[in-house]
Design a protein around this ligand. Sequence first.
Ligand SMILES: Cc1cc2nc3c(=O)[nH]c(=O)nc-3n(C[C@H](O)[C@H](O)[C@H](O)COP(=O)(O)OP(=O)(O)OC[C@H]3O[C@@H](n4cnc5c(N)ncnc54)[C@H](O)[C@@H]3O)c2cc1C
Length: 548
Amino acid sequence: MVEPRLLVSPGTSSMLPWFGLLLGLLAIPFAFFLGLKALIRARLGGYKHEFVRPDPSAPLTKEALRSVAVLGGGVAGLTAALTLARRGYPVTLYEKKAFLGGKLGSQREPVLAGQETWVSHGFHAFFPHYHSFRRLLDSVRICELESIDDYVICEKSGAMTRFRGVEPTPVLNLFGLLRRGLFSLKDAVSAPGRDLYGVFLEYEADATFRRYDSVSYAEFARRGRVPPRLKLAFNTFARAFFADEEKLSLAQLIKAFHFYYLSQDGGLLYEYPIRDYEAGLMRPIAEELESLGAEVRTLDPVREFSRTLEGFQVNGRPYGAVVVALDAPALGPLFLDAPGLPEETRRRIGSVRAGQRYVVWRIWIDKDIRESVPVFVITERERALDAVTAFHRFEVETKEDLKSGRADPKTRAVLELHCYAVPDDLVDAEIKPTLFGELLRRFPELEGASVLHEWYVVEQNFSAFHVGLEADRPTVETGVPGLYCAADWVKLPFPAMLLEAAAASGYLAANGILAEDGLRLEPIVTVPLKGLMAGMPAPKTRVELLGA
Ligand SMILES: Cc1cc2nc3c(=O)[nH]c(=O)nc-3n(C[C@H](O)[C@H](O)[C@H](O)COP(=O)(O)OP(=O)(O)OC[C@H]3O[C@@H](n4cnc5c(N)ncnc54)[C@H](O)[C@@H]3O)c2cc1C
């Protein structure tokens, strides 16, 4: 047997201390980096905040539970309905459309020259920190999800800003923006940026909305002379509110930046379903609801709602509790004059209003977009185009249409164009030409393409997150026992948006009813409630600049 020390030659052994020193020196920045990550995590209190931790000794269910009406079959309504039906409540779900899912629903339409295919309200990204939404999905057998390769912004110049590889730790990920040239150190350390950008690290619901809900994002950008490249980053988060910069509240933008970028370490690489939403998500949910004895009443819009001495009445039928999970346009007509409700409750729910129009336009065309573009890409907006999805690259049903010949055989691509907030002065007739023109400028390889089939929707049913609306926004609790709100327009006691707000509010509404009945609550996990630098006093210069 060879003695180990004989394996090291005398020359090598004299170099060992130097080698060790070198390793030690290299380890210092690495240890510093790990230390910094741990510090950020500790300061935020971890990335998963246990907002509701159920008492395991509380009963899950009991005899003779009251009946519950859930109004609206979007993600919020479905979350509440499924949760309560699983606990044994007799649930009736009212949905005005023929299908479930609301904005995450899909339907069959005869768009392929008379042949039907699945179309939807558009591509949706499921982010890793959507804890409640993920919990809902994990509780039913949904279709396979695929991970996006890269989060990409396609700029007006045609350049692609890619977020793959950005360190996901909050705050350290700001260096990712720096490296991609979205801002410079000079922007951050010199006025006015130095005085303003701190707001994004200081999110704390009460203070943020008290100070900044009266300021628009556009006003902030003007007064702060936000450089165009940095606006590109902010705009990505601003789009989530379906509002123009002039209308969008700065406080909402700060919340979005906190929620998506500065409070979670999952990064921006999200997942998406590879089936249409009906087959992939909604059918399993509807099947479970029905197997639990819930009554799913599609094509039965809520026309009448009132509070009675015994509980509530919906479309002439009595219920012991109600979850309001409708979209914004439905609320005013049903609630402003709802009999039996306190004036304040009627006013709050009934005053939720819709934001701007948005457009989803799916086109079957005879040219394909270049291979290097991910299936979903955000586009820097000129006038209307916000995002492009290449459905022929991933969706099972779309691929099947092409293979089976249901779609025109000349089809090379099935693209979905989104405009999340149609400018008020863009008339209907101009929307499609504007979107198509912008598509061709971004992707010149599509020049000369013809549209073979199309599916086009202009809707105005996303709620407004405009300046000054937060103070009056309804919360999940309405002040009336047995009556709860659940939707992405509800003011939540933690930061959440869109699908996550819908699912989380659904669990909260169900918890309201469970709590009244002395039953065990559903657990709710959220991102950290506050930003890394929450609680810092606003610098005087910022107060002067923003008047807030
Ligand atoms: C184009 C587009 C892209 C999006 N992309 C994303 C994304 O990538 N990631 C993300 O997180 N979110 C995204 N969203 C947002 C997301 O879809 C919504 O936040 C979420 O689906 C809202 O769910 P909800 O249950 O609150 O409301 P809704 O889905 O609006 O549900 C409300 C339900 O009430 C029903 N209803 C209305 N009136 C009545 C009535 N009188 N009686 C009975 N029922 C009625 C409606 O038909 C609907 O089913 C996107 C939205 C759109 C439009």
